[in-house]
Design a protein around this ligand. Structure first.
Ligand code: C2O
Ligand code: CU
Ligand code: CU
Length: 462
């Protein structure tokens, strides 16, 4: 309730600033909700196996109004699982949703057999018992269903969670790293509500589902109290189809410290950051000057049609300084990582993926067809032709070589696994793990409606 006063103040300020857009925006937020921070399960501190029950639930996006949702060990989303490089994590996923599913580790570099693809089907009532070998560097990844034809509906219902990988570097760096205090997982989704109730997924939909209300970790209009120091947000675009451009109200600068697969070499100062579905980016916001509003504009389907004056804008998160919390990280490390860059001259094989018309290279996903064969350990160059489709492949992280003929932006020169070139992009990548014909890897558009409708292919690594 203390926020009532603040909101009134903001409304007054909003009116005073005489900016039509801001005024509308501020007035629509009458009361904020405490940001939900998923429970942290640290694979070192807990008895393994880690049990994750995929279940039905009711979740109150709006107080007192239950919506029918699904989640892991809860009503919406799932615990954040912290894993460590060079350790194996034993997980048991039990399917209690009454329909088949699978649980993919998006961003994990693991053999096809434990990837959680459509071939790792978990029937209702069954448990998928899996040991995941973590051999990659510190990074923010996520887990979500991946069954052919029902991924969009199941993710939309709330089945998703974070996998956070730590390593010696991430644990020793001078960066915010206290989970739930100055380090937060932030899953950004869009949902529609009628009288406060979430509108169910329109099953069978084949074109992008874009809905009007932002939901952050399952919370509508969230605020979070943080110390007066640096705060790290692990932004995940877990929306079915929307891309966002994040910014801080007042266009204040923030720093991006990590791409999907690990830290950048040093923090990159930005005032805007675009994230397409499936992508993760870690940012650090300096809270030393007081409260901050993280905002997002909803991008149109084609990024080059973005219009800063007309695309809808929403607040993502209100960060409130609480001086009762002791300041933690005040000096952001400047050397974050060393990235061993590939040499284009070492490329052994090239492939092109044309992602358009609901297909990839003119083909739709067929569970019985292997579309590509890759040799383990060989450097490849892939050309991704994609106007509006975020392209993702399993089992690996890549480096961007070029985007529409030019070099990638400074903030994108780290390890990635999802990429929307908005035209044509070239990437360099090398697969280190096997994926057999029985358990192949997928590449696909991460707009979940497109993926379910067949904008996906399969490949083996031999
Ligand atoms: Cu996030 Cu193949 O998926
Ligand atoms: Cu994936
Ligand atoms: Cu697509």
């Amino acid at each position: 309730m203390k926020f009532k006063i603040l909101v009134l103040l903001l409304i007054t300020l909003g009116l005073a600033s005489c900016n039509k857009d801001e005024e509308d925006l501020v007035v629509s937020y009458e009361e904020m909700n405490d940001l939900f921070v998923p429970l942290l399960i640290d694979s070192r501190m807990n008895f393994q196996p880690i049990q994750l029950d995929i279940q039905h639930g009711t979740h109150e996006f709006f107080p007192g109004v239950p919506s029918q949702t699904k989640g892991f060990n809860g009503s919406y989303l799932g615990p954040t699982i912290k894993m460590y490089k060079d350790e194996d994590v034993h997980l048991q996923f039990t399917n209690n949703i009454g329909a088949a599913t699978s649980v993919h580790g998006h961003g994990l570099h693991v053999p096809g057999q434990v990837d959680g693809s459509p071939h790792n089907r978990i029937e209702p009532g069954e448990t998928w018992d899996v040991t995941i070998p973590i051999r990659q560097e510190a990074s923010s990844n996520w887990y979500h269903p991946h069954l052919m034809g029902s991924t969009a509906e199941q993710v939309h219902a709330g089945i998703a969670g974070f996998y956070i990988v730590e390593d010696d570097n991430s644990q020793s760096l001078g960066i915010p790293k206290t989970y739930g205090v100055d380090d937060f997982p932030i899953a950004v989704q869009d949902r529609a509500f009628v009288d406060g109730r979430m509108v169910d997924y329109p099953i069978g939909r084949t074109d992008d589902l874009r809905e009007p209300t932002l939901v952050i970790n399952g919370t509508v209009d969230p605020f979070v109290s943080v110390p007066r120091s640096n705060v790290r947000l692990r932004l995940l675009n877990a929306s079915n189809a929307r891309s966002y451009e994040f910014f801080v109200e007042g266009n204040l600068p923030f720093h991006k410290i990590a791409t999907e697969g690990g830290f950048l070499e040093s923090p990159v100062e930005l005032t805007k950051l675009r994230i397409s579905p499936g992508e993760r980016n870690e940012i650090v916001i300096d809270m030393s000057n007081g409260d901050v509003e993280l905002m997002a504009s909803y991008l149109p389907t084609r990024l080059n049609n973005a219009n800063p004056n007309s695309d809808p804008i929403s607040r993502v998160l209100y960060l409130e300084v609480d001086d009762n919390l002791s300041p933690l990280n005040t000096n952001l490390a400047q050397n974050l990582n060393t990235i061993q860059r590939y040499n284009e001259g070492d490329v052994v094989n090239t492939r092109t993926f044309d992602v358009s018309d609901g297909k990839i290279n003119g083909q739709k996903m067929d569970m019985n067809v292997i579309n590509e064969t890759v040799n383990r350990g060989e450097l490849e160059k892939w050309t991704i032709k994609s106007g509006r489709h975020p392209f993702h492949m399993h089992g690996v992280a890549f480096l961007i070589l070029s985007v529409n003929g030019g070099p990638p932006n400074h903030e994108d020169v780290g390890w990635k696994d999802t990429f929307m070139p908005n035209g044509e992009g070239e990437i360099l990548l090398r697969f280190d793990y096997l994926a057999t014909e029985e358990y192949p890897y997928m590449y696909h558009c991460h707009i979940l409606e497109h993926e379910d409708a067949g904008m996906m292919g399969q490949f083996v690594v031999q």
